[in-house]
Design a protein around this ligand. Structure first.
Ligand SMILES: [Zn+2]
Length: 278
């Protein structure tokens, strides 16, 4: 009898351990303190890599979600599309490696360090949130779309620090720098060289992408080095220029930034009315 009892207890303990180990092995859908530790240990050389998109589809996309997302293109100053209290709930796909999670964590850390924006794990009370996953190339929806919205970090861009903060800025409500309404004073777009599917969402001027768009540059001058500016030949499969700078010598340099510029930070802080905005 005692033997039976001990045997049962033994099996029970083994089972509990197995369940524990199994649970431990499933990566969390939220970044862990260890992810942040790894992210913050990345050196400048590891995070400041050139961001190059080599994909067939635009990286600002409309969602396939059932609710009406046409609205999401309406504006960067529309209060309903800016995350309340600068709080962005997210859910992370378990598909990322520890190294990839470290880059995502470092991106979120830098928003926290330089702005009042906070990416926080989704709770059961959060209806509106960003699902981050390996969905289809790299893209984000623009601003808070309502309900579950998607941000993809997958093949098509490296899952690295510049890609994380670029796509996250789309999710906060920023279009590309070269889509500013005043961009014709600074760059020339070579439409014939752009992959046709990407022309509208990634290159059209903000006001043209939706007549109702309420767009603001938040007082910042055009910034060739913004993390939201494309390089000269993104969206061209054979390396031809799709954007040329009107300032001599800038064509090869623009869009090569690998971190926020001060102008990027200023705009985030003004959009989200952060104390840092002054
Ligand atoms: Zn983009």
């Amino acid at each position: 009898m005692l033997f039976c009892h001990l045997a049962l207890e033994f099996i029970f303990v083994i089972a509990l351990n197995w369940i524990h180990v199994t649970v431990q092995q499933v990566p969390s859908t939220a970044l862990t303190p260890d992810d942040y530790t790894r992210g913050n240990s990345l050196t400048n050389a590891q995070i400041h890599t050139n961001r190059q998109l080599h994909q067939k589809k635009p990286d600002v996309r409309r969602s396939n979600a059932p609710n009406n997302r046409a609205k999401r293109m309406e504006g960067l100053t529309t209060p309903g599309e800016i995350w309340p209290n600068a709080r962005v709930p997210y859910e992370l796909s378990p598909a990322y490696t520890l190294n990839e999670r470290a880059f995502i964590a470092r991106g979120f850390s830098e928003f926290e360090r330089r702005t009042c924006v906070r990416f926080v794990p989704k709770t059961s009370a959060d209806q509106d949130y960003v699902f981050i996953g390996k969905i289809d190339e790299c893209f984000s929806e623009l601003g808070k779309a309502g309900g579950r919205q998607e941000l993809s970090l997958d093949s098509g861009c490296a899952i690295d620090y510049p890609s994380v903060i670029h796509e996250a800025m789309h999710a906060l409500g920023f279009l590309h720098e070269h889509q500013r309404n005043d961009r014709d004073n600074y760059v020339r777009i070579l439409w014939q060289n752009i992959i046709p599917a990407n022309r509208a969402l990634d290159y059209q001027k903000a006001a043209q992408s939706d007549p109702d768009l309420q767009f603001s540059n938040y007082g910042e001058p055009y910034d060739y080095f913004s993390i939201m500016h494309y390089s000269r030949n993104e969206d061209n499969e054979i390396g031809q220029n799709v954007i040329e700078a009107l300032v001599p010598g800038y064509t090869a340099l623009m869009g090569m930034g690998s971190d926020f510029t001060q102008s990027d930070i200023n705009q985030i802080n003004r959009m989200y009315k952060c104390p840092q905005a002054g």
